[in-house]
Design a binder for this molecule. Structure first.
Ligand SMILES: [Zn+2]
Length: 159
């Protein structure tokens, strides 16, 4: 009973969904490009920031950055407009694919990787350190970016 009362109080614990940013299927390409343009930080850190964009987990970020040809350490605000839009499309493509495989809606999940369909996606870079890049055959790099285990191709993914 005490817990209920706490949740109802205006000074109680904040609703964890209250500060979430828009999810990639809702935000427009123009708003996404504007968000990146005002973010003076690494693109991977921005993608993982749930208050900026909701529902992008670590694997999802790596796979989308690879699909868009963007280095995970690239500064968000220095990406050209076409590259920002390419990343927007890559995020949507990955998410739509997992929805198709899992048959659920995004709103049910805080993190795209919790989705049932996610684990059926063929991962191109994540978890494949030193394996040949599927696009260029250079070895996939593994590093820590934004405090998270990160996989990328230094040949295909540019700053
Ligand atoms: Zn490559």
């Amino acid at each position: 009973m005490g817990g209920l009362w706490l949740l109802e109080g205006s000074g109680g614990p904040a609703d964890p969904t209250a500060k979430l940013g828009p999810d990639p299927l809702v935000i427009s390409s123009g708003d996404f490009a504007a968000l990146l343009g005002s973010a003076r930080r690494q693109i991977k850190a921005l993608l993982l920031d749930q208050t900026a964009i909701a529902g992008v987990g670590n694997i999802y970020a790596d796979e989308s950055l690879f699909a868009a040809g963007i280095h995970p350490r690239a500064r968000a605000d220095r990406l050209s407009r076409p590259r920002r839009e390419r990343l927007w499309a890559a995020l949507r493509d990955r998410l739509n694919e997992s929805i198709r495989l899992g048959g659920s809606t995004l709103r049910d999940y805080r993190n795209a990787e919790d989705r049932p369909g996610w684990f059926q996606l063929a991962l191109k870079v994540y978890g494949r350190p030193d394996a040949p890049c599927p696009a260029c055959a250079h070895p996939i790099r593994h590093a820590t970016v934004a405090g998270r285990s990160t996989h990328y191709c230094s040949h295909c993914q540019k700053f």
